[in-house]
Design a protein around this ligand. Sequence first.
Ligand code: HAM
Length: 420
Amino acid sequence: MSKVIQAVRGMNDLLPEDVVHWRRVEAVARDVLHAYGYRELRLPVVERTELFARSIGSHTDIVEKEMYSFEDRNGERLTLRPEGTAGCVRAGIENGLLYNQVQRWWYAGPMFRHERPQKGRYRQFHQIGVEAYGMTGPDVDAELILLSARFWKALGLTGLRLELNTLGTPESRSRYRDRLVDYLRQRMDALDEDSRRRLDVNPLRVLDSKNPEMQELIRAAPSLLDDLDDASRVHFEGLTSLLDRAGVGYVINPRLVRGLDYYTRTVFEWLTDRLGAQSAVCAGGRYDGLVELLGGKPTQAVGFAIGLERLVELLRQDVPATADDTPHVCVIPVASERAGDALLLAERLRDRGLRVECQYAGSLKSGLKRADKIGARYAVLLEGGDAAAVKDLRGDEGQRTMTPGAVADYLAPLLLTGRQ
Ligand code: HAM
């Protein structure tokens, strides 16, 4: 026997039982997003490598170590998208949809990062991303946070905590960067290898270290909030006051720096304690400089993305999902010569809008067992002769015998009026 070929490490199959949860999340997300006027766009999974290097930053973990990049047959450097924001901006500029316009967009789909797989961290994972363009004030930052909070509520998800920070302007961040580098250089002995490397190329990321031995040093590090420019301070105060008025709780975390370089001012994350090390379920912020960096006219921008694997894992712990793909009816030809009749009867039932699974072989016993397993509400038994027996598998209607032609008229009203 030849060797079984397995899936690529960190890339998961979603089986029908999983998809039930995913579809619920996607349906609720769509309703919430549309309630705020966000419109869906669908973008390529592959982009030019340079798009991500320029947007996310060439000294970030994502670009340095995690991208799936390759040369195609024409020798072009391409990358499987590690996130959606860069592609969104690229598409907005290319289609002339950003300059002097307000846009509210969302997208959903797979992203790819060559990280070390563990629970909640995969190499192919899925995001729902939300991006807003052309709005300057903190109102839209607050809108996005309220949208996400409404989404958790609609899903029945509790216990997420919101952390906020502001990274200021590139100028205030560079002042802070100098101060932080001074502080860290004086403590070189206490830095782990990763942080020493980051010190030269991306010192703010030292604050993001998860190494327990570094936490004391990180806690005592200078705070970015002390170097903040006035306009960014006013923006941040505007946001927190809107969240206060809307009754959304948050914690200001001055060490929240994010792993992508394009952020300015507001950054935020929704976190959970229930997924081990992978605590961020949703993350984002403002990126006012990115459109210009990618060759467009200066355009304000803010957005976030939700990690769907993490969200579904939390929901699976809390909220039962009911399948919307369960067949209403299972048609069982108890007499084997009636398999063809079963096929045609099932077609008549589908004409009336019912979900029907048809069996073509097996005994009455195995047929009923199967009908029970798939969760059907009724079984239709075709025995010898021309009769059909309609058996209620979940309620108290028992079994009724009728002509096959009468089955659809009998079942359709019962099943399509909310009694399923
Ligand atoms: P991010 O923080 O890199 O931001 O990813 C957002 C979310 O995607 C994370 O909070 C997490 O839930 C999920 N995620 C990231 N990597 C993985 C992984 N390897 N396995 C499973 N889930 C993962 C962004 O991607 C930005 N584009 C967000 C954004 C949109 N900012 C502005 N607009």
